[in-house]
Design a protein around this ligand. Structure first.
Ligand code: ADP
Length: 439
């Protein structure tokens, strides 16, 4: 301000002195007046150029101004540059935060004080079926139309999470979401969503498994308890006692098989994949499986000889890379199933096929066959086509589940082909690299 007044006084004094020298007092006054007018015009012109610079959009080079205006424009420009850098820095930081939230496997939605959507990441969009741009400022309850969520949103406290149905593109796939609200800032809320479909499925499977195991154990246990009570309370002849003890032994044997299969399954699930260094003598393994199959088949008749036509083709190699106990249980499960389910007189062929990439172990039978709708479910735990037939023959309902697990651990797969009334073929397809041919 002082600078402005000083420059005005200087202009007026110089003009008045010039006017005095040229024409006396009147001229001095006129010159001083003209000088102050010129001074004002000059400053108005500079102010106008400065204003135009402000309005010109992004901060570029300031106009060429003189004197105090130049200083003002330089200062403003420096200040604006500083602010611009700060804004850029903050924008960059915000972008980083948003990128980090985008990378989260959980859905994050920011709600304002009224519960309206301010922002959401892509995962939240998928979970809740919302669009961050289209649905901005929409009330979350209007978009997440689930009565459980509406009730939860209206609650005072959101200390616990709730489970709601997620939005899915396919009708067949139901998605379970865990949802929780967290307050932040001044009345805003953070809506966190987590896809718990797999967890819920695992929990349902665990429940089913426990229920199945309990049921499978309870049945023979009830029968056993009944016989014990009969033996305790009734005066039975020695022959009757023997008969009951025999039936009790069968039930005990059933429970033993079940517990042993359950242990095998839990060992398979809890142990690391089999070592690639272990070699299994294939002819020796197959000889054991053949002997067991012949003994099992003989048990179905009276004569002590096998009641089926059993054909075992020679194994194509000397050894197989894998865990002996696991491979024995996988191969013999398929062979014993064929023997158990094929009626006497039927034919069972155990063969091998060497393909370019795979070694196929196949067990073919002329048994009852399996209807197509059952085939994909056969390797589920406790799944049986004919429950009573399975029990009669000492089945636990876990054999194919174990077999599938073993073959997968060895890098292969279980394939099943079957035709009702014709027979079945169960195949274990293993990577050819596992086969060691004789030198
Ligand atoms: P299980 O102990 O009941 O035999 P598995 O898991 O070994 O249990 O087999 C599951 C079901 O698959 C069996 O209950 C049976 O219904 C069917 N199955 C398995 N192998 C055969 C086969 N060779 N022929 C006909 N059905 C079979």
């Amino acid at each position: 301000m002082l600078l402005f007044l000083g420059s005005l006084l200087l202009w007026c004094a110089l003009a008045a002195a010039l006017g005095w020298w040229w024409g006396g007092t009147v001229s001095a006054l006129a010159m001083a007046l003209a000088a102050s007018g010129l001074w004002a015009l000059r400053h108005m012109w500079h102010a106008h150029r400065l204003e135009q610079w402000f309005r010109s959009g992004p901060i570029g080079e300031p106009p060429r101004l003189a004197g105090v205006w130049r200083e003002v424009s330089d200062r403003i420009r420096r200040l604006l540059r500083l602010k611009e850098r700060e804004v850029l820095l903050h924008t960059e930081r915000l972008r980083h935060f948003l990128d980090a939230i985008e990378a989260s496997p959980n859905g994050v939605t920011l709600l304002d004080q009224d519960g309206r959507i301010e922002w959401c990441n892509a995962i939240a969009g998928q979970h809740l079926g919302i669009d961050a741009v289209r649905d901005r400022a929409q009330h979350v309850v209007h978009l997440v139309r689930d009565p459980v969520f509406t009730r939860y949103f209206q609650q005072e406290s959101h200390a616990n999470e709730v489970v709601i149905e997620g939005r899915s593109n396919s009708l067949a796939k139901s998605i379970k979401l865990s949802v929780q609200l967290f307050p932040y800032g001044q009345g805003q809320q953070l809506l966190l969503t987590r896809d718990i479909t797999a967890v819920a499925q695992a929990e349902a499977m665990r429940r089913d498994f426990v229920a199945n195991v309990s049921h499978e154990i309870r049945t023979p246990l009830t029968v056993l308890a009944g016989f014990v009570e009969t033996l305790q309370s009734l005066p039975l002849s020695a022959q009757e006692q023997q008969q009951y003890l025999g039936l009790m032994a069968t039930q005990a044997q059933r429970m033993q098989s079940l517990v042993s299969d359950l242990l095998t399954l839990s060992q398979l699930e809890g142990s690391p994949p089999p070592s690639a260094a272990e070699q299994v003598d294939l002819p020796e393994l197959m000889a054991q499986i053949e002997a067991d199959a012949r003994a099992l088949s003989a048990l179905q008749g009276e004569s002590g000889a096998p009641v089926h036509v059993l054909v075992f083709e020679p194994a194509p190699g000397a050894a197989l890379l894998g865990a002996r106990s696991e491979l024995l249980s996988a191969f013999s499960n398929l062979v014993s199933n064929a023997v158990r389910y094929t009626p006497p007189g039927g034919r069972i062929t155990v063969g091998w096929q060497k393909q370019e990439q795979a070694l196929v172990f196949a067990v073919r039978d002329t048994g009852p066959g399996i209807a197509a709708e059952h085939v994909p479910r056969l390797s589920e735990r406790f799944y049986r086509v004919d429950r009573s037939r399975s029990r009669e023959t000492g089945g636990t309902g876990l054999g194919l589940a174990i077999t599938k697990h073993v073959v997968q651990r060895h890098g292969g797969e279980l394939r099943i082909e079957s035709q009702v009334g014709v027979g079945s073929c169960f195949m274990l397809v293993l990577p050819i690299q596992r086969l060691i041919t004789a030198p």
